[in-house]
Ligand binder design. Structure first.
Ligand code: ZN
Length: 669
């Protein structure tokens, strides 16, 4: 499972700082080029220099293994993607005509989008791209560079809007398999696919494998439905052989024997395609928590299959961020203190509470379905019984969050929405820190605190349950951010840092999160409802004391926090009430809170916020350019060091990947 930027979007947008601050500490360039609805960013692999040569070498080979599956994902995302990419790239590099013409420029943007999506459909919305160039231009250009071989196959796919409209179609009432363009099924209907896997399932098996996760389901010549497995000797074999080769080169540099066993099991699975081997591999992987360096490299997530069975290929190589992990450990170790001192009624507190020590990691490379668009948190493995019986790893990818935050600085957002210099200064100084801390408190302590009274059904809040649960975790974090205990534990530098988070939280909940909602719509998503609930409840309850105000300056609305101490008291009060609702399963109270504060939007304010945001002209989607790793070798060919660079451009990187890591033929049947 992945935690997406969507959850954190507002937080990162709100990490405000001025353009001057960006220049002052902006040695690393987080933002790169922008096209269509996309902004390219870079992430810094901090403290790579601190690793041992063995660890660096391990990462070096693992990142090469992470490159080898790129073509698999292109092919998984659509039958014609590799042929289309090949033809577009050939035109892009070799075209001798007017490269400044509108049609050529449109082709360039189209190709950049295809690279970004690993195919011809939008990475998020799944709709097919509309080319801004004509079929006539495309055909002539392809022929002029000797790349006309696949025009017959790919022109209809690119130019006919009725063909392969959506990569993943989830619209009810249609045959989801036949109407989805992703390449996980061929000639098979939804009913046939469901029957095929339904028949395989043994409901009495307490340890069911993830049926269908590593194959394409097709009809053979006689019309029989069969799986074409993805293994080193079958479909996608050439790519998988390369992956295996680099995993084996990495193996001697693994950090312990258990990690070597993880690699061995993974290689075994790539070779035999047996789903029991896959489960064995994920169990070994989940238990292997000691090494600093870790990686994912396999068929992993099933968001690309409308039936949720087939897993797309992805890879990430990473190492623990020891500083940040210390932070979450400190919170975890003090979990009982926080539970005992929270403002909720003693009846709803846990006698014994255990904090979750979420690991913060530094991404070293992103590959497959994690590149260029990526998650900021990952929780694996996905098999329910493996998670229950053997545990899972939950990670936050610190340097990606940091890159989002840094890139948002100086984008004009805070200048537009933050009321004054004092607030901006506060956020410049402390927002990165308090934002991370709030997330840590939310994840490590908030969700785990409190208890249900005996006999209360955990599902009694029904549709309001997740909003209430998110509000509970957020309030726990907000309340404690301002607690002297945080300074005592060395987590905040002083007694005013928390104000940065208080201000940005209120501004977000009252106003700026509305930028993600279309005019006329209500707030639907649980995290957004939770933020509106907290912000509007505190705004209303603090009105008499003018704790928080919405003020108008030159026709623009701003949030003004007049009394941070009282605001904290309000957070505490609401936390107590929300915990009561949860502990008692008080559906009516949950419903009243959410419906009163968290669903409806003031249309005038909404319109104003959208108009102000629109003027900032920010790209709604972001993705990352990878760093480049170079091995330094001695005369005998031994690696003596691994160097990192961040200067490769987006197109340059994509063309290099296509040149060096084209591990599959263009047609994979
Ligand atoms: Zn949460």
């Amino acid at each position: 499972m992945r935690r997406f930027l969507f959850m954190m979007m507002t937080a990162s947008l709100l990490t405000a700082a001025s353009a001057q601050a960006q220049q002052a500490n902006g040695k690393f360039h987080y933002s790169d080029e922008r096209f269509a609805d996309l902004q390219m960013l870079r992430y810094e692999v901090k403290d790579f220099d601190q690793l041992t040569l063995k660890q660096k070498t391990f990462i070096y080979y693992l990142q090469l293994a992470a490159m080898q599956g790129r073509d698999i994902l292109f092919d998984q995302n659509g039958k014609y993607n590799l042929r289309i990419r090949y033809t577009l790239e050939k035109i892009y590099t070799d075209y001798q005509g007017d490269r400044t013409s509108a049609e050529f420029k449109a082709l360039e943007v189209y190709l950049k989008r295809v690279w970004f999506s690993n195919g011809i459909h939008h990475h998020y919305g799944c709709e097919k791209f509309v080319p801004g160039f004509s079929e006539d231009f495309f055909r002539k250009a392809a022929l002029s560079v000797g790349a006309g071989k696949y025009l017959k196959d790919i022109c209809p796919v690119i130019f006919n809007p009725n063909l392969m409209q959506k990569r993943v179609n989830l619209a009810e009432g249609q045959d989801l398999v036949l109407t989805s363009a992703s390449n996980y099924y061929d000639g098979v209907t939804q009913a046939e696919a469901e029957k095929f896997y339904g028949d395989m399932k043994d409901l009495s098996d307490p340890h069911p494998v993830m049926y269908g996760m590593n194959s394409r389901l097709v009809k053979d010549k006689k019309g029989k439905i069969v799986e074409k497995k993805w293994t080193s000797s079958t479909l996608y074999g050439p790519a998988i052989k390369q992956i295996v080769k680099y995993l084996q080169l990495a193996r001697p540099y693994a950090e312990d024997a258990e990690q070597q066993a993880v690699i061995d099991k993974l290689v075994e699975f790539y070779n035999n395609g047996d789903l029991h081997t896959f489960d064995d591999y994920t169990i070994l992987w989940a238990k292997n928590t000691k090494p600093l360096v870790d990686f994912v490299n396999c068929f992993t997530e099933c968001y690309g299959d409308p039936l949720g069975l087939k897993c797309s290929w992805e890879s990430i190589v990473n190492f623990k961020d020891l500083e940040a992990t210390k932070r979450t450990q400190t919170l975890s170790e003090n979990a009982q203190w926080f539970e005992d001192h929270s403002p909720v009624d003693a009846r709803f507190k846990k006698d014994k509470v255990k904090g979750i020590s979420a690991k913060v990691i530094t991404a070293a490379i992103l590959g497959g379905d994690l590149y260029p668009s990526t998650a900021i948190g990952i929780n694996l493995p996905n098999s329910d019984w493996v998670r229950k019986e053997h545990g899972s790893k939950s990670v936050t990818i610190g340097n990606l969050t940091e890159a989002y935050n840094q890139a948002a600085k100086g984008n004009g957002f805070s200048d537009e929405f933050v009321i004054g210099k004092a607030e901006k200064d506060l956020m410049d100084k402390y927002a990165d820190l308090t934002d991370d801390l709030h997330t840590d408190l939310h994840e490590c302590l908030g969700h785990g605190s409190g208890k249900l009274l005996d006999g209360v059904d955990p599902d009694s809040l029904k549709a309001y349950g997740s909003t209430i649960e998110e509000a509970r975790a957020d309030l726990f974090g907000l309340y404690y951010l301002a607690d002297p205990k945080m300074q005592e534990l060395g987590l905040t530098p002083n007694g005013e840092a928390y104000k940065a988070q208080y201000y940005s939280y209120m501004m977000n909940g009252l106003m700026t999160q509305l930028v993600r909602i279309n005019l006329g719509n209500n707030i639907e998503e649980a995290h957004m409802r939770n933020r509106a609930l907290i912000a509007y409840w505190c705004y209303e309850k603090g009105k008499a004391d003018r704790v928080v105000e919405l003020v108008k300056i030159d026709g623009k609305t701003y949030v003004k926090v007049n009394d941070y101490v009282k605001l904290r008291e309000l957070f505490g009060k609401l936390l107590a009430e929300i915990q009561r609702i949860k502990s008692e399963g008080d559906f009516k109270a949950a419903q009243a809170l959410v419906e009163t504060y968290a669903v409806k939007i003031n249309p005038e304010l909404h319109k104003e916020v959208l108009e102000r945001y629109e003027k900032l002209n920010l790209a709604p989607y972001k993705g990352f350019i990878n760093p480049v790793y170079t091995a330094v070798k001695d005369a005998k060919g031994n690696i003596t060091d691994v160097k990192l660079s961040y200067t490769e451009g987006y197109a340059e990187q994509m063309l290099r990947y296509s040149r060096d890591y084209s591990t599959l033929p263009l047609i994979n049947e």
